[in-house]
Design a protein around this ligand. Structure first.
Ligand SMILES: [Fe+2]
Length: 446
C-alpha cells in the first residue's frame, strides 16, 4: 500500500535481543523513539513550530489528573493532525459485538468450545473478530469483552482503532504484524501484544492465516501486578515488554479508518494514512511480550498455590486486590509438591474464568481442550480436573515432574461473562462438556 520510513524495521519481536537500534522497552517507562534524528523536541512537548514541519498531538489514556503511577499519555509528532478527518458513519459489525451483552441471561453452565472454523476467504483481522461474550459496559469503561479472531487476508487500505478499550492479543496460530501509529510490532504464538485504547493500527499477516484470542479491556489499563513478599523480581519483568520503533508511512489516497465506539463500528474515509507518526515519547505505548520469559513461581513444599501467582498483567478495579480482569499464563514449570494433589484443585470462584490454549495440553484436562479452543467457568460454577486427570494425579506420590508440553492462559474477570447468541449456539461449542466430570468415584469410607 505504501512505503514505511524510519528505523522501525518491523523487527521488535520479543524473541530477539535488542541489537543496533534497540527498540524501546520497559513496561510503564517514559519511552521515546524517533524515525528521523532531531525530531523530538527537547525540554518541551509542544513547541511553536515542531521540527520538520510536524504537528504535535497528545494521546491521553488516563485522565490528566490521575496519580503519576496510573497516568498514561504519549506525545505524537505526525505529518498531519488526527483531527483532520471527515465524519464517521456507522457500519455493520458482523460477528463483533460490544458490552453490555443483554441478548441472553447470564448462564451458570460450564462451557467449552473447539477452535473457530476457518474464516471465509478474504477475511481480514477486523472482519474476523468474533465475540464470545463479556461483562461491564463500554459506556462506563468497565468490564471486558472476550473475542476470538481468525483471518487469512492482510488489512490493506484499512486501519482499526478501538476507542472502547485496550486490546490484549494472544496469537495461537500465525504471526501478526501490527503496523501501529508508534511503529511496527510482531506478535507470534507465544507472544502477547497490548494495544492501548485509541491507538490506530493495521494488521498484516507475514506468515499467512492467523487465529487467536482477544481480551478487550474496557476498564483501567493493564499493569504489572504488585509483587509483595515475592520481592523486587519475579513473574513478568518490566524490561521484557518491547515497544515499537517509530516509523511513518506516506500513503496518500483513501484509507478507511474503522473505529469501535460504544460497541459499534464507525467508519470514515481519510485522504491520507493515520500511520504518519515520525517520532513519539510517553507512557501510553503498545507492547509485545514473550510469555516464555515469564518467571514462573510456585510451591517448593506442598500444596498448589492459587493461580493468581501466574498473573502476567492485571487491570485493577476500584476495590483493592479485586481485578477488573487478570491475564494469567500457565507456562512450563516444575511440580515438586510433596503429599500434594498437583493439578489445579477443584474449586468454585467468585471470579469468572475464560481459558484458552496456545499450544500443547493443559494439566487439568486430559482431552477435549485443544489449541485455539476455550472454556468458560462462570462465577461459583464448580470445576477442576477431569476424571482421568484426577485419577492419574492422586494415584501415587511422584518425584519432581516437569510440565513442559503446553502454554495455556486465562482471562479472569470480576463479573459473570454473558455470552453472545453466536457463542451459545455455535456449532463448535461442545454440548457435552459436563461429562468430563462424570464418573468421579465415591471413595468415601465412613
Ligand atoms: Fe478455576
Amino acid at each position: 500500500m505504501d512505503d514505511t520510513h524510519g528505523s522501525g524495521h518491523g523487527a521488535g519481536g520479543p524473541g530477539e535481543r535488542p541489537g543496533p537500534g534497540h527498540p524501546p522497552a520497559g513496561f510503564g517507562n517514559e519511552l521515546s523513539s524517533e524515525a528521523l534524528p532531531g525530531t523530538l523536541p527537547i525540554g518541551r512537548n509542544s513547541p511553536r513550530r515542531p521540527a520538520r514541519g510536524l504537528y504535535a498531538e497528545q494521546l491521553s489514556g488516563s485522565a490528566f489528573t490521575e496519580p503519576r503511577a496510573d497516568n498514561r499519555r504519549s506525545w505524537l509528532y505526525r505529518i498531519r493532525p488526527s483531527a483532520a478527518h471527515p465524519p464517521m458513519r456507522r457500519v455493520e459489525s458482523g460477528t463483533l459485538f460490544g458490552a453490555p451483552f443483554t441478548d441472553l441471561p447470564p448462564d451458570p453452565n460450564r462451557m467449552r468450545w473447539n477452535p473457530l472454523p476457518d474464516p471465509a476467504p478474504g477475511t481480514d483481522f477486523v472482519r474476523g473478530l468474533w465475540t464470545l461474550g463479556g461483562n461491564g459496559d463500554v459506556r462506563t469503561r468497565s468490564g471486558v469483552a472476550i473475542h476470538l479472531y481468525h483471518a487469512d487476508t492482510p488489512m490493506t487500505d484499512r486501519v482499526f482503532c478501538d476507542a472502547d478499550g485496550e486490546l490484549l492479543l494472544v496469537p495461537e496460530r500465525g504471526t501478526l504484524l501490527l503496523r501501529t501509529e508508534f511503529g511496527p510490532l510482531r506478535a507470534a504464538p507465544g507472544h502477547i501484544a497490548l494495544i492501548p485504547r485509541g491507538v490506530r493500527f493495521r494488521v498484516e499477516l507475514p506468515d499467512g492465516p492467523v487465529r487467536g484470542y482477544v481480551c478487550e479491556n474496557h476498564g483501567r489499563p493493564f499493569t504489572l501486578p504488585e509483587l509483595g513478599p515475592i520481592g523486587a523480581n519475579g513473574l513478568a519483568a518490566p524490561r521484557d515488554f518491547i515497544a515499537p520503533e517509530a516509523a511513518w508511512e506516506e500513503a496518500e489516497g483513501p484509507v478507511e479508518v474503522i473505529t469501535k465506539y460504544g460497541g459499534a463500528l464507525w467508519t470514515a474515509e481519510w485522504d491520507h494514512t493515520p500511520l504518519d507518526v515520525v517520532a513519539w515519547h510517553g507512557t501510553l505505548v503498545p507492547y509485545v511480550y514473550d510469555l516464555r520469559r515469564f518467571n514462573v513461581l510456585g510451591s517448593i513444599s506442598f500444596d498448589h498455590p492459587d493461580p493468581s501467582i501466574f498473573t502476567v498483567l492485571t487491570s485493577p478495579s476500584d476495590t483493592p486486590g479485586l481485578a477488573n480482569v487478570d491475564f494469567v499464563v500457565f507456562a512450563p514449570r516444575w511440580l515438586v509438591g510433596e503429599d500434594t494433589f498437583r493439578p489445579p484443585y477443584f474449586h468454585r470462584n467468585v471470579m469468572s474464568e475464560y481459558m484458552g490454549l496456545i499450544e500443547g495440553a493443559y494439566d487439568a484436562k486430559a482431552e477435549g481442550f485443544v489449541p485455539g479452543g476455550g472454556s468458560l467457568h462462570p462465577m461459583m460454577s464448580a470445576h477442576g480436573p477431569d476424571r482421568e486427570t484426577f485419577e492419574r494425579a492422586s494415584a501415587e506420590e511422584r518425584g519432581p515432574q516437569k510440565i513442559d508440553d503446553g502454554l495455556a492462559f486465562m482471562f479472569e474477570t470480576r463479573w459473570p461473562v454473558t455470552l453472545t447468541e453466536q457463542a451459545l449456539n455455535a456449532g463448535h461449542r461442545q454440548r457435552d462438556y459436563d461429562r468430563v466430570w462424570e464418573g468421579l468415584e465415591r471413595n468415601f469410607r465412613p
